[in-house]
Design a protein around this ligand. Structure first.
Ligand SMILES: *Cc1c(COP(=O)(O)O)cnc(C)c1O
Length: 384
């Protein structure tokens, strides 16, 4: 197999490399000036007052749960169809992730299901913009306001997208991003939280630095060695060279989103002619950031299950993937939180029939056509 198209891939240009090298030659590798510069750029990009950059998207979610003072026994409603980190961040704080089912058309959290899961112990809702399609934020925001809950947007799939003309990252109280290489922009590992609340931002800056009130550079500037650790935190800092990479990548984000959307249109057209494949639906209110392009198989029209189709596509050199195993079905959640099959039937049924096709900005039209042709070949072969 010499032709292999991964499901996602970073794009690193010479300008990215130059930006990183420049910082490597400077005085500050970490806690230097590039970190706040990157934070300001992220905040400006999404149109909020503050952004806090951290070492991963997972750290961003953890910092968000900490900032909201999620404590043992507090419940946070999360979608069943997401990466484990969304729920794990609640568990890190000894809170209880309560799984809500998803909308069968978009696979993102269903506000009606959220409402049904609210109890007197619910503190927050963590919504995930599944595949890059922003959630129904009008419904989620009014629900959160009505029931006095915090709204977190795990926007790790959706940087660069928008909802009713408003940028992703500005739609919830706390909005988290990941800069892992398969995401819209990368810093290697990295993440950020955007917020309009300066007090929450301050709490998260302290949390990423061991719970210490001042950072190394602030102390250097003040000419003091003294510091106070006021709460238990972590080392979730991002480095200056990662921040330089993030700054350089952010400049290219709009054109990358346009390319992701262009690839999605090519897939849409091909899939419209394959009866056994159903695309997820896209609301006319959104600009989809297409972290993932997910198809659903119409299994009743096929002689084979998802696993067989998946393997056949991998044989063709296509890096298909499955996003996600519903989180409540993982052993940890079954054992620690007593979750089981049947809890979120829509997510569980979707899981049996979803396949993620490759999508990333440097994917050529020829690559997209190759995927489409393989998909048609495989599904014709297994058609009933
Ligand atoms: C990628 C991702 C994360 C975690 O981000 P990392 O940077 O890998 O820690 C969290 N939530 C979702 C929905 C993600 O896709």
């Amino acid at each position: 197999m010499n032709y292999f198209i991964p499901y996602g891939r970073q794009d690193i240009g010479q300008e990215d490399i130059d930006a990183v090298v420049e910082v490597l030659h400077s005085d500050w590798l970490t806690t230097g000036p590039k970190v706040p510069e990157f934070e300001r750029a992220v905040a400006e990009f999404v149109g909020l007052r503050e952004a806090v950059a951290v070492s991963s998207g997972t750290a961003a979610l953890h910092a968000a749960m900490y900032a909201l003072r999620i404590e043992p026994g507090d419940e946070v409603i999360v979608p069943a169809m997401t990466f484990v980190a969304t729920a794990n961040a609640v568990a890190f704080q000894r809170g209880i992730p309560v799984f809500a089912d998803v909308n069968p058309e978009t696979l993102s959290i269903d506000p009606t299901e959220v409402e049904a899961k609210i109890t007197s112990r619910t503190k927050a809702i963590a919504a995930v913009d599944y595949a890059g399609h922003p959630c129904d934020y009008d419904a989620l925001r009014s629900l959160a306001a009505e029931r006095d809950l915090a709204l977190v947007a795990d926007a790790c799939h959706a940087l660069g997208g928008s909802y009713k003309g408003r940028p992703v990252g500005s739609l919830a109280d706390l909005n988290t991003f990941s800069f892992h290489p398969v995401k819209q922009i990368t810093t290697g590992e990295g993440g950020a939280i955007a917020t309009n609340d300066p007090e929450l931002a301050q709490r998260m800056r302290m949390f990423r630095n061991h719970g210490i009130a001042t950072d190394h550079r602030q102390r250097a500037e003040m000419g003091t060695w003294y510091y106070d650790m006021v709460d238990l935190g972590y080392n979730y800092r991002i480095t200056d060279f990662q921040s330089a990479l993030g700054l350089s990548q952010l400049c290219k984000l709009p054109e990358w989103i346009a390319r992701r959307q262009e690839i999605a249109r090519i897939y849409d057209r091909a899939i419209a002619n394959i009866p056994a494949v159903k695309p997820l639906s896209v609301s006319p209110d959104v600009s989809h950031a297409y972290h993932l392009y997910v198809i659903q198989l119409e299994l009743e029209q096929l002689k084979a299950d998802r696993e067989t189709i998946f393997s056949a596509l991998r044989e063709e050199g296509i890096g298909v993937n499955v996003h996600y195993i519903p989180v409540h079905l993982h052993s940890f959640y079954r054992q620690q939180f007593g979750t089981e099959a049947g809890l979120c039937p829509v997510a569980e049924a979707a899981y049996e029939k979803i396949i993620t096709l490759p999508i990333f900005p440097t994917m050529s039209d020829r690559d997209v056509e190759y995927v489409n042709n393989a998909l048609i070949r495989v599904l014709n072969y297994y058609a009933k």
